[in-house]
Unconditional design. Structure first.
Length: 226
């Protein structure tokens, strides 16, 4: 596989665990134990994805997010901080995903694959986007489930296409509301809940146990392709 993945964490045991999992999956890996090392390695040509701990000894990881994103790197936060406010802050600063320790290595690998697909342009909406048994055609504005057209309201369609543009990435409530309803409704979460409820009823195999549109409590939603 091309490109490097950088693990930024001050705990050697975590770095070893993640490095081993990525290595078994065929990825090339670099490591950094602090913010200074991380910024040096992240600037190197070929670095594509950073797994970033927020609790670094020399600088808060949140401060690194905009610096890393300015380098055009994919970034997954990998941290013990599980407060909703921390997740929202990281995502609003530009993080592409957020994984809380302790974590399942297979899920982490799935998130890594999704991030690298995004980087390669695998979720472009210039043509039809296929997610499991759903096809979203942004040119004809058609949504198909198992080959059958599904009729969505304009707001349902807006939410679905925005999630599809960032496949496998958590999109915050504020982002979705601002994009689909406009800045004046950026805090009207009930509007978003109604639209998501409608999408689940129309697209999920079991709307009471959604597998396609996942909720990150207090943060936002994710369209799951993996």
């Amino acid at each position: 596989m091309t490109g490097q993945i950088l693990i930024v964490d001050d705990e050697p045991a975590i770095r070893r665990l993640v490095n081993a999992a990525l290595g078994r999956a065929g990825y090339a890996v670099d490591e950094a134990a602090n913010a200074v090392e991380a910024l040096v390695i992240a600037r190197r040509p070929g670095c594509e994805l950073i797994l970033l701990d927020l609790g670094l000894p020399d600088r808060d990881g949140l401060e690194l997010i905009p610096l890393i994103k300015a380098m055009d790197r994919e970034l997954i936060v990998l941290t013990a901080r599980d407060a909703t406010s921390e997740k929202v802050a990281a995502l609003d600063l530009g993080a592409d995903d957020y994984v809380v320790k302790p974590f399942d290595t297979e899920e982490l690998l799935a998130r890594v694959r999704a991030a690298l697909r995004r980087r390669a342009g695998g979720n472009s909406t210039s043509g039809p986007v296929t997610v499991r048994n759903i096809v979203i055609d942004t040119v004809s504005r058609q949504v198909l489930r198992d080959g059958n057209e599904i009729h969505l309201t304009p707001k349902e369609y807006g939410v679905l296409t925005e999630l599809a543009r960032h496949l496998d990435r958590v999109i915050t409530h504020t982002e979705l509301l601002s994009t689909v309803w406009g800045q004046a409704h950026r805090t009207d979460i009930e509007y978003l809940r109604v639209a998501v409820r409608g999408l689940r009823l129309k697209l999920e195999i079991d709307p009471s146990s959604p597998e396609l549109i996942r909720n990150e409590p207090g943060v936002g939603y994710r369209l799951v392709g993996f």
